[in-house]
Design a protein around this ligand. Structure first.
Ligand SMILES: [Fe+2]
Length: 307
């Protein structure tokens, strides 16, 4: 993939911090902006403390994971587990937090334990994805935008307290108001939220539009067969814990999502992790996902902004 730069260290001095001190501003900062993906391999990054300090040596603006979509635990400082979604589930290519009004510019992944089988992080060029999606599909999405719907409190997805990092209902309401999320409290502890966001984003560095959304990932069609059957039975087909529609409330045709998913798979590149690898992605250029896996896999993530 032309987006990915592999930086392999074979020298005796394999300290990534000192390597970046010398080369980040000179070279890699620019590469991340223009190409979008850098894999640092063969450096001495034995644990998350070192990983944390590598990221901090380059970025001042380290972010919290707010408005969570995936179960993630804060491990140390602002280092999170990458996702705790079942190894049996493939995570489709997506742009991090593209459903939200605020999203990170960069994602730093650190591979601490490599899965026995599978577990690759997938990456794809978000500009190519945008270019390859049918014109009619793009036109409909650009015009109508995407409505992200979430239902909390049914015990079948993340709780609202985990997503919003608080147990205080007033704080949740306040956060939603500030971030253009509509909400409705139902019964004592159930919450319905919906927000409308764009299909694409203009990247000023490459002067192009990129695909930037999670319509396919939030849509009820993304659940596996067993889960769909369960949700249909327990909640009814219009009450899944998460779903997407067009911004005007109309259903997104399944044929649209099918075509988009095909474009995503056609553009996916597997990153076959090695222990202590660090992968940096520009979220505004390169999207990511995860293959199914077996065995133990530990990948951590830190999200950053340039300013
Ligand atoms: Fe992600």
């Amino acid at each position: 993939m032309q987006n990915l730069t592999l930086v392999k260290n074979n020298k005796k001095n394999n300290d990534l911090k000192s390597f970046l001190k010398e080369n980040w501003n000179k070279k890699y900062k620019h590469l991340l902006k223009t190409k979008g993906a850098i894999l640092f391999r063969g450096f001495d990054v034995p644990d998350i403390n070192e990983f944390n300090s590598v990221v901090k040596s380059v970025h001042k603006k380290i972010l919290n994971y707010e408005e969570a979509s995936t179960p993630r635990s804060k491990i140390k400082g602002k280092v999170y587990s990458s996702t705790e979604i079942s190894p049996q589930v493939e995570i489709p290519i997506h742009n991090e937090m593209s459903y939200a009004s605020k999203f990170p510019q960069n994602l730093w992944f650190y591979s601490n334990i490599v899965a026995k089988k599978g577990g690759q992080t997938t990456i794809a060029n978000s500009k190519k994805i945008y270019d390859q999606i049918d014109a009619k599909i793009k036109k409909d999405f650009e015009k109508n935008k995407i409505m992200y719907i979430r239902r909390y409190g049914y015990g079948l997805d993340l709780s609202w307290s985990r997503t919003f990092n608080t147990k205080n209902k007033a704080k949740v309401s306040n956060h939603c108001k500030k971030n253009k999320i509509k909400l409705k409290w139902i019964d004592r502890d159930k919450l319905l939220t919906w927000q409308i966001n764009n299909f694409s984003l203009f990247n000023p560095v490459i002067k192009s539009k990129i695909w930037f959304n999670q319509a396919h990932l939030f849509h009820r069609s993304n659940y596996d067969k067993t889960t769909k059957l369960l949700f249909n039975k327990v909640l009814g087909k219009n009450n899944f814990p998460r779903d997407t529609k067009f911004g005007n409330g109309k259903d997104i045709p399944l044929s649209y999502l099918k075509k988009i998913r095909r474009v995503l798979e056609n553009n996916s590149i597997n990153i076959n992790w090695k222990e202590n690898d660090i992968l940096v992605l520009n979220n505004l250029l390169v999207s990511h996902g995860r293959r199914k896996f077996s065995g133990k896999r530990k990948v951590f993530v830190v999200m950053t902004n340039d300013k």
